[in-house]
Design a protein around this ligand. Structure first.
Ligand code: PMP
Length: 361
């Protein structure tokens, strides 16, 4: 596999090599069917097995019981921005949102179209450099829910401590850090994540919902936008993203083979430590863009002393087989995305490359 690069793209992003190899092996003849998994019916026993296995693996990895249901939906995480308030923000109620960056802002914009929104905390005045502390998140006791974005892909911040919301349902967009570390997932009533960073290919969105929340779904919604449509039919009300669910299942199995989320977390910790060590050692050269206590394990964001140096680093890194280091177009700079499938070797290589670049420039 000499010509595979280390892929630091922010999403879609790198997948485990062994998963891609399995996909290749099974592509023309999925387990004796004589067909590709892309060609089989979503009502076939083969797909039913894939779907059920992926759902069970997700619950097992996240330590969740039968009181939670896993769904694999289309429409991306962006559709969840609308589905959450459509289902759970009723007439006369207020939904609370913590605003920690561009993706939170998009979720808030959709919710405002549906009902009353209360901003429970915002780090906008510090240019989203930090995550609010739990004590600084304020919302009405009878809020319909509190929505947070656990990892801010663009700014490079991540919750390290989650608010305890008691009876108020806690809902999280975990698109860019799902299954990257151990979390008490049972404190959340609903979690959603586009698969394309940490779980699989684009086109499938994982939703994990606590079943008692379903009682609160608004009646009369368009069928596809009502969570109950999908929970009642195990995500096969309509044709699900069959190929995406298949790859997600393989990635979840790969997490299990690594030793579950404890092991995934240990590797992710070592990866981010390798890169942040440079920001700590040379803060005048590798200028971290966020408050240290809010640092993301998934997206390390930084600036160099000049834009020319940033361009040079990105170009030379690409030559060295380290691709996808350009910061988001809205913020510039460098972004090192270290999602679950990035091996420790990749993080160490990029850190060594950056260190060598500093010496040479
Ligand atoms: N939330 C977060 C935190 C994201 O990073 C992204 C995509 N980068 C989205 C939501 C939107 O996801 P999708 O493209 O699947 O709609």
């Amino acid at each position: 596999m000499a010509d595979r690069v280390f892929n630091f793209n922010p999403g879609p992003s790198t997948l485990p090599l062994s998963v891609l190899e399995t996909v290749r092996e099974e592509l023309l003849d999925y387990r004796g069917t004589g067909m590709s998994v892309m060609e089989i019916s979503h009502r076939s026993p083969e797909f039913e097995e894939i779907n059920a296995a992926a759902m069970a693996l997700a619950r097992e990895l996240m330590g969740l019981g039968n009181d939670y249901q896993v769904l694999f939906l289309g429409g991306g995480a962006s559709t969840q921005f609308a589905m959450v308030p459509l289902n759970f923000l009723h007439e006369g109620e207020t939904a609370a949102y913590a605003d920690t960056g561009a993706w939170s802002a998009k979720a808030i914009k959709e919710a405002r179209k549906i009902g009353d929104v209360h901003i429970a905390a915002s780090s906008e005045n510090t240019d989203y450099r930090s995550i609010p502390r739990p004590a600084d998140i304020h919302y009405p006791d009878d809020a319909a829910y509190l929505h947070i974005t656990s990892n801010n892909t663009i700014k490079g911040t991540q919750y390290q401590v989650f608010p305890d919301t008691g009876d108020v349902p806690l809902i999280a967009d975990m698109s860019s850090d799902i299954c990257s570390r151990r979390v008490d997932f049972s404190t959340f009533s609903l979690i959603y994540a586009g698969a394309q960073k940490n779980l699989g290919p684009a086109g499938v969105t994982m939703v994990v919902i606590r079943k008692d929340l379903l009682d609160r779904c608004r009646d009369g919604l368009p069928t596809m936008l009502d969570y109950r449509t999908h929970t009642e039919k195990n995500s096969t009300f309509n044709t699900p993203p069959v190929f995406g669910v298949y790859v997600v299942r393989l990635v979840l199995e790969w997490f299990m083979d690594q030793g579950g989320l404890e092991a995934v977390e240990e590797v992710n910790r070592a990866k981010k430590d390798a890169v942040y060590a440079l920001l700590d050692a040379y803060p005048e050269y590798f200028k971290g863009t966020v408050e240290p206590r809010s640092r993301s394990w998934m997206n390390v964001t930084l600036r160099l002393p000049s834009e020319d140096l940033e361009k040079k680093l990105i170009a030379e890194a690409k030559e060295a087989g380290l691709v996808g280091l350009k910061g988001h177009r809205s913020v510039g700079g460098i972004r090192v995305s270290l999602y679950n499938a990035m091996p420790l070797d990749g993080a160490q290589r990029v850190a060594q490359f950056m260190e060598d670049f500093r010496k040479a420039n």
